[in-house]
Ligand binder design. Structure first.
Ligand code: IPE
Ligand code: IPE
Ligand code: MG
Length: 255
């Protein structure tokens, strides 16, 4: 079992040991906006597609690392609902990589106890990808070491709209009064309903925005921005982000 980090000012003699024993620094759920594949390729005078390919290698590595660190949930922003506005050949490269990734890594997910989850309206992707995803979701459903949630055709505004629509339908059915709707109804209607609260949200490549990612879930998440481009994001970078998280004083509006 993973040791929880000790509270500041604790007189626990094992305090130091507990810190070392928890490489996740108490973070259960981390999310990453994996940005900068295009700039990585440009810097190296390579085609953008190669940047995305390197990006997939970084994903593979970081999923392994997160599992070893005892992170319970890792949510990765892979394709936004706004990314459809990219040139058709780039969208097609990204979908091709997604196909390959699911097919090539599903065995490893199973071996390492990784449960796959998808957030976002993935049913709108090509039907063969939807079938691959559905198969992978079913195959890994009982794995319980780590959840890898991939955001595909995901936009937080779209997610919240879909949640509101499902709540409105319940109201129409007479299952709920409008003034009974509470925060927990919303949380339960989102794609992340079964996930623990988001502790840490990381964005690579120096951009300081959320780009429509997890807007509801990030209400009290700690934010971490790094200039590192996604293909260069490795174990050391993740350790740095988690160390920074561990040093934060989370107050949740209290004092
Ligand atoms: C992130 O890299 C990958 C996706 C959005 C799919 P980008 O492709 O956005 O790379 P930059 O931001 O242009 O460098
Ligand atoms: C956010 O990156 C989406 C993903 C990482 C999948 P973008 O590159 O699409 O974001 P903007 O356009 O810079 O805001
Ligand atoms: Mg980008």
């Amino acid at each position: 079992m993973r040791l929880a980090p000790s509270k500041k000012g604790s007189s626990d003699p094992n305090e130091g040991a507990a810190q070392v024993a928890d490489p996740a620094h108490g973070a259960r759920h981390i999310a990453i906006i994996m940005d900068g594949n295009g700039r990585w390729a440009k810097k190296k005078h390579l085609p953008r597609a190669l940047g995305h390919k390197k990006g997939v290698e970084a994903v593979r590595n970081i999923v392994r690392v997160a599992g070893e660190m005892g992170i319970e949930v890792m949510t990765l922003y892979a394709f936004s609902s706004e990314n459809w506005s990219r040139p058709a050949d780039e969208v097609s490269d990204l979908m091709g990589l997604l196909r390959q990734y699911i097919q090539s890594d599903i065995d490893e997910f199973d071996e390492n106890g990784v449960r796959l989850k998808v957030i976002g309206n993935y049913k709108a992707l090509d039907s063969d990808i939807v079938a691959l995803i559905d198969n992978a979701l079913e195959r890994t459903a009982k794995n319980d070491r780590m959840t890898l949630a991939i955001a595909l055709n995901y936009g937080a505004q779209d997610e919240m709209l879909r949640a509101v629509q499902s709540i409105a339908a319940a109201v129409k059915q007479g299952e709920l009064e409008p003034d009974q709707i509470n925060i927990s109804h919303m949380s339960s209607a989102l794609d992340t309903a079964d996930l623990p609260p988001l502790d840490l949200l990381i964005r690579t490549s120096g951009e300081l925005r959320l780009s429509n990612f997890l807007l509801w879930q990030a209400a009290y998440s700690e934010l971490y921005f790094t200039d590192t481009l996604w293909p260069d994001f490795d174990k050391r970078e993740l350790q740095r982000a988690l160390k920074s998280f561990g040093d934060r004083d989370r107050r949740f509006g209290g004092r």
